[in-house]
Design a protein around this ligand. Structure first.
Ligand code: 2P0
Length: 327
């Protein structure tokens, strides 16, 4: 049975940085994220009796080194659940703009989990799919429910999964991906970088802070308090990068333009425009703002040098099966 699924990437509002259990990918703290509708992975899977090895074809931008092996390892998890040994043909396509310079592990493992589980005849709930996707890549757990989600850290395989949470729809949340031209900093992958998180003297405090920030984030959304929401988003950006900068070896993901975008947003705020920044494991800035402010924020950011492009995203759906197959 051939099955195809789509899933979106996500940007963390409360960050995942450190695993308590490497093998199961249990995080040291819960995290929260927004799914990004313009960054999509589509994946078709078919288990074929005639194959002697998995056949994996990755098309488009954003795939990481070693992803083919990771895909095959993930198929093993699905085969184990389904009680089969059949190898699979997989074609996966990213619709990421070339300039995005973003890795696709979140959308990739969410789409792969949904397509492979269905192709193997499994009928998994959203929670079970999130648990499966998490084992391929932690952040993929949050791309399964999509929307605005919280990944509960949990203490076991079964209790570590993501689900959607409510947020004020009248906020009309948008995310502007501000892509830096300068990507010359030494690249340290997320998996590698977060494995060193415990070397930071601030590690324990940072984990406690993350859990407190999940509560603050939900309280701000419950109260419809956009400023309080933005404060948590920016505190979390600094929490992640404090950990990175104080690890051994130290990691500095920012470039000059990263800080210039921060400063521009701070100056806009003095003029009454409430847009907030967050940064993942790279130099690019994700600006979280409201639909009504997009034009103004974009126009201000475009005055800065050193920006390759700005990609506007709305909130994306969760992983879902679609009818259009890739082979
Ligand atoms: C996050 N990041 O919460 C954090 C913030 C990057 C910075 O999750 O090792 O690819 O595959 O579980 O999910 C990126 O790390 O790591 C990430 P693995 P993943 O989004």
């Amino acid at each position: 049975m051939k099955k195809t699924a789509k899933a979106h990437s996500n940007i963390a509002l409360v960050k995942y940085w450190g695993k308590g259990d490497e093998k199961l990918r249990l995080p040291v703290n819960s995290s929260a994220a927004i799914a990004l509708d313009n960054l999509t992975t589509t994946t078709t899977v078919e288990f074929q009796e005639n194959l002697t090895a998995d056949q994996v074809d990755l098309v488009g931008e954003g795939f990481e080194v070693g992803e083919v092996e990771k895909v095959s390892k993930h198929l093993d998890r699905v085969r184990l659940l389904a009680g089969i040994t059949t190898k699979a043909k997989v074609v996966s396509q990213n619709s990421f703009p070339k300039a995005a310079g973003m890795a696709s592990s979140a959308s990739g493992f969410a789409a792969l989990s949904a397509a492979a589980a269905a192709a193997a005849g499994l009928q998994l709930s959203e929670k079970e799919l999130s648990i499966l996707a998490r084992q391929g890549s932690g952040s993929a757990s949050r791309s399964v429910p999509g929307g605005v989600s919280v990944w509960h850290a949990g203490t076991s395989n079964e209790t570590s999964y993501a689900e959607q949470i409510e947020y004020p729809k009248d906020w009309d949340i948008r995310v502007l991906l501000v892509m830096a031209e300068d990507t010359s900093a030494k690249k340290v992958g997320s998996t590698e970088g977060m494995a060193l998180a415990t070397t930071s003297p601030y590690f324990q405090i940072a984990v406690r802070e993350a859990e407190a920030n999940i509560k603050k984030l939900q309280a701000s959304m419950g109260a419809g308090d956009w400023r309080a929401f933005g404060k948590v988003v920016e505190d979390e950006c600094f929490r992640l990068h404090t950990l990175c900068m104080t690890e051994t070896p130290n990691i500095l993901y920012w470039r000059g333009v990263t800080v210039e975008v921060f400063q521009k947003l701070l100056s806009l705020r003095e003029r009454g425009v409430m847009a907030f920044f967050t940064v993942d494991a790279g130099p690019h800035v994700h600006v979280v703002c409201q639909g009504k402010d997009v034009t103004r924020v974009k126009a201000e950011l475009e005055q800065l040098g050193g920006i390759k492009t700005i990609i506007e995203c709305g909130i994306g759906e969760g992983a879902r099966l679609v009818e259009q197959h890739l082979f």
